[in-house]
Design a protein around this ligand. Structure first.
Ligand code: BG6
Length: 369
């Protein structure tokens, strides 16, 4: 079933573009978003919700963290992202105007299942984004939007992650449509960006081959840090999680703006730091801020591997390595930037001779709380 691939994970990373494309199929037409799956929630109810709470665990939670930026920007609804097990065991503020969105590849994660039941008992509507037909979480939800990533076998989630982000972006655009917060032209522009992702993701995966060599060179590395800002922040967290899971290396993801508030103390000569660099075209002008972060850590001897927009000349003088990603609108770039981090974690684990599909102590779906 692995075909010619060395592992399921290698195969599944190669399927990331397809996972996004398949998740979009039949859900957009003429530049508009059509999500029949959301009908059970009712557009009137969706127009009236005043808060979204995303609940998920692991990689799925990082998909939620990333989607928060897009959904808030497009629909103007505040979004909180919570780990299912933290949400469940306190007294969260939930009303009938709260939409809870659960995210789960397997649909069987007990922490998330319990949180879904709890949310409904508390009066919220629950929409679940799930990759597995007929699983438990969809059965407990008011509405389900399936990701069409296909079966994911490797324990570490890869193609499901990008499919989850695509599905959540569709939800964001649907909400913006029913609430009138974006006009038809803006919706169409974002729909086009979404449809462009698969091809750009395939290109990104091709040019990330260089990471293979890097991973071999780094097989003895003890610690890796990941910095990202804005939409790059959840990607930094995801990059760190993958490295912990697969290569058993101490890894931390940080918000780049937080660097001077603590993490910079960790920088010593030779420390490897991945930096997800925002687009220089970003209207928020975050690019120079992150480039200056890179200068700060380089000055302290860090080895910097930058994931940056192709043609970003400002990064090259300061980074030891630059992994280029094709141009995309800022909210869409992180869907491209994540693939090199998936590849890097897999290659480093392979370089250490580890089982990338079945890392120690982990299970594909955790069906106990
Ligand atoms: C885990 C898996 O423990 O569960 C992760 O190892 C995954 O890869 C997490 O992200 C959540 O799983 P699911 O199926 O709810 O998306």
């Amino acid at each position: 079933e692995k075909g010619g691939w060395s592992s399921f994970m290698a195969k599944e990373i190669s399927e990331e573009p397809e996972a996004v494309a398949n998740t979009l199929i039949g859900r957009t037409a003429d530049g508009a978003v059509h999500l029949e799956e959301l009908a059970p929630l009712g557009d009137e109810v969706l127009a009236g919700i005043d808060r979204i709470v995303v609940i998920a665990c692991g990689t799925a939670a990082y998909a939620g963290m990333l989607a928060k930026y897009a959904v808030e920007s497009w629909s103007r609804i505040p979004v909180d992202v919570e780990l299912s097990h933290e949400f469940r065991y306190r007294s969260p503020v939930i009303t009938e105007r709260t939409l809870v969105i659960s995210i789960s590849q397997s649909g069987e994660t007990m922490d998330t299942l319990m949180a879904v039941k709890f949310a409904r008992e508390s009066g919220a509507k629950v929409l679940s984004v799930c990759n597995t037909q007929g699983s438990s979480i969809p059965r407990e939800s008011d509405a389900v939007l399936y990701t069409h990533a296909g079966p994911e076998v490797a324990v570490a989630s890869t193609k499901a992650f990008v499919a989850q982000v695509a599905a959540l972006y569709l939800v964001g655009l649907h909400l913006a449509t029913v609430r009138g917060t974006l006009d038809a032209k803006a919706i169409a522009r974002n729909v086009r960006q979404l449809h462009d992702i698969p091809e750009k993701l395939a290109k990104t995966i091709e040019s990330a081959n260089r990471l293979r060599e890097l991973a071999h060179w780094m097989a003895d590395t003890q610690s890796v840090l990941f910095l990202g800002r804005n939409v790059g922040y959840p990607i930094a967290m995801e990059g760190a999680l993958k490295l912990k899971e697969l290569a058993y290396i101490h890894a931390e993801g940080f918000a780049a703006g937080e660097l001077k508030h603590g993490p910079i103390a960790l920088i010593e000569p030779g420390q490897v730091v991945f930096v997800i660099v925002p687009s220089p075209r970003d209207k928020l002008s975050l690019h120079p801020k992150v480039v200056s972060n890179i200068q700060e850590i380089r000055a302290r001897g860090a080895r910097v591997i930058a994931i940056a927009e192709q043609g970003d000349a400002a990064v090259h003088p300061y980074a030891d390595e630059v992994i280029p990603i094709p141009l995309a609108a800022p909210l869409f770039e992180p869907i491209l930037a994540v693939a090199p981090l998936h590849i890097f974690a897999m290659e480093l684990a392979a370089a250490k001779g580890l089982d990338v599909d079945q890392p120690r102590n982990l299970a594909k779906s955790v069906t106990v709380e």
